[in-house]
Design a protein. Structure first.
Length: 560
């Protein structure tokens, strides 16, 4: 393997480099996001400069440089607005980039509105170099602007990031592998000669705390990646020629500065495999490197960092503690939230003890977020003091010192820590409590109470109208029955007068209503159906069912 000696000699003066083969890009040349003219290639074809689709949104593009000969087209540079405004330049598909006839590189949309310009004039031609550096040059071939001077999150062999006399030069990590927005970590080539990694605030970029440095104050001058593909590395036996690999050094989204190699040919050297392999990194374990008094730590609040040294590139990952869940499953770096109804400060002590309990979790620690400390105290009393207080989200007890710490949300600087000797107790809903579901339902009802009131009003109004209609039908039916009695023989009237006293079976009513087919109306207690008896007069009836009972046993009323 290659051992990266980061970094007693990392900050040094640039050694002379070989002249690079170059291909001129003339004035008037234009690129468009779609079509064959979407990028300018280096002479060997290893690198491309131009439009690169944004992952997950192919309607927008980056102005970028990428490795052109490998399958994943790894981006090594992307345009930002300015040093003061490091937001990425994300452009719509109708844009075009032109090296104008008056010597400027300009990105515009179809309406002519300019979206980006490196703010240089007098350019005679441009060149995409084999080193991965895109350069704008004057008529005398002097460099007027180059991407190597404005790095994003990656440096390449022969690239130098100089220490500016008035301000630091830096690499700023992206938020995620497919999100090029400025992230939470910064690599600074400082004016004092030191190279340092910082945790920073998003989106402002203000520095929180240094978590790694070269300790070269007063001795450094430049960050250099030598043209042989080394950042002061000693050649490991068996890796093969460094020329067999592509190289890059990237400040990754997890805050680790890694050097990667990628074989130019399949199975080149002992590394083999068509993939990027990290050959060195700093810091060695990011989860333990960052403990910040401000900010959330490696990942956002209420999460914890895990670091698997057995994986190929030893990438850190974000995890949620039990009974918590990610704010966004697709962007886990955003942290976690409780997956239960929080402890209300309106609860009395007895109710809190009934509704919540503490569960131990192992191998995880949140070293900060303490707001109360007790000693000497036993673990049971420590836990009880957390359960009854609404502010407490976690209790930590050290049995050897009889010390108790209470922690409140948000939890910060969480990490997987095998060395943890203290008992970490997480406050969660009690396993025999239904308060979580009750509270959740209650809150949901409160949020929707306006809709509930409106719906209830509509139902009540409808019920009144239906009942009014049923009474009208009943009165009308009674009137018709009396009128009919006056106009039919006595025998028929006598038969009809006995009808209300007759008991009907469910099957008879089902047949009379054609299977309860035609609805006359509906009330609060049931539905009214139209029917007709198979008697001499073909008497029309109204049958009301009561919904609260099963159809086979429900009482039935008839209105004749």
């Amino acid at each position: 393997m290659v051992a990266l000696l980061l970094f007693p000699m990392l900050l040094q003066l640039l050694s002379p480099t070989c002249a690079q083969t170059q291909k001129s890009i003339t004035l008037g040349s234009t690129l468009a996001p779609q079509g064959p003219a979407s990028s300018w290639l280096s002479p060997f074809g290893d690198f491309a400069f131009g439009f690169r689709p944004v992952e997950g949104n192919t309607s927008f593009y980056l102005i970028a440089i990428w490795f052109n000969k490998i399958s994943d087209k790894t981006v090594v540079w992307y345009a930002k607005n300015t040093d003061q405004d490091p937001s990425i330049v994300e452009v719509p598909s109708d844009s075009f980039l032109q090296l104008t006839n008056d010597g400027a590189l300009s990105l515009k949309d179809r309406s002519g509105q300019e979206g980006w310009n490196p703010q240089v004039t007098g350019v005679a031609y441009a060149s995409m170099r084999n080193t991965g550096n895109f350069v704008l040059l004057g008529a005398d071939s002097t460099t007027k602007w180059q991407t190597f001077d404005t790095p994003s999150d990656t440096i390449l062999p022969t690239q130098v990031v100089p220490c500016n006399k008035t301000r630091n030069k830096s690499l700023r990590v992206r938020l995620d592998i497919d999100d090029y927005s400025s992230g939470r970590f910064l690599l600074d080539v400082q004016t004092d000669g030191n190279l340092a990694l910082y945790l920073v605030a998003v989106p402002s970029g203000s520095k929180y705390q240094q978590y790694w440095s070269t300790d070269t104050t007063g001795n450094g001058s430049e960050l250099v990646f030598s043209e042989t593909g080394k950042i002061n590395i000693s050649s490991g036996a068996g890796i093969g020629s460094m020329a067999d690999y592509f190289h890059r050094a990237t400040l990754d989204p997890d805050g680790v500065f890694r050097q990667y190699v990628y074989p130019k040919k399949a199975n080149a050297g002992i590394l083999g495999g068509e993939t990027w392999t990290a050959v060195s990194m700093q810091p060695q374990n990011i989860c333990h490197a960052i403990v910040s008094d401000v900010g959330s730590g490696v990942y956002e609040f209420n999460s914890y960092c895990t670091f698997d040294i057995g994986t190929r590139n030893q990438i850190a990952s974000c995890q949620c503690p039990p009974w918590y869940k990610f704010f966004d499953e697709q962007k886990k770096y955003k942290g976690c939230k409780q997956d239960f109804q929080p402890h209300s400060c309106d609860l009395d002590e007895a109710t809190a003890l009934a509704q919540f309990e503490l569960r131990p979790i192992y191998g995880v620690d949140w070293p900060l977020s303490d707001y109360e400390k007790y000693e000497p105290i036993g673990q049971d009393d420590c836990g009880r003091l957390c359960v009854i207080e609404c502010f407490c989200a976690m209790a930590v007890h050290n049995q050897s010192t009889s010390t108790c710490w209470k922690k409140k949300l948000p939890l910060s600087n969480g990490n997987m820590a095998d060395y943890v000797q203290r008992t970490v107790l997480l406050k969660v809903p009690s396993s025999n409590s239904s308060q979580f579901m009750i509270s959740t339902s209650s809150n949901k009802w409160k949020r929707n109470r306006k809709h509930w009131v409106l719906g209830s009003s509509l139902i009540l109004g409808t019920s009144i109208l239906v009942n009014f209609a049923l009474i009208s039908i009943f009165l009308f039916g009674t009137y018709c029955r009396i009128t009919t009695k006056k106009n039919i023989p006595l025998s028929q009237a006598s038969s009809k007068s006995q009808l209300p006293l007759k008991t009907f079976t469910y099957k008879e009513l089902e047949k009379a209503t054609a299977g309860f087919h035609e609805i006359l109306g509906a009330g609060a207690s049931g539905v009214v159906y139209k029917g007709q008896l198979e008697d001499e007069l073909k008497t029309n009836i109204a049958v009301k069912t009561i919904d609260k009972l099963q159809p086979e046993t429900r009482p039935v009323s008839t209105f004749l």
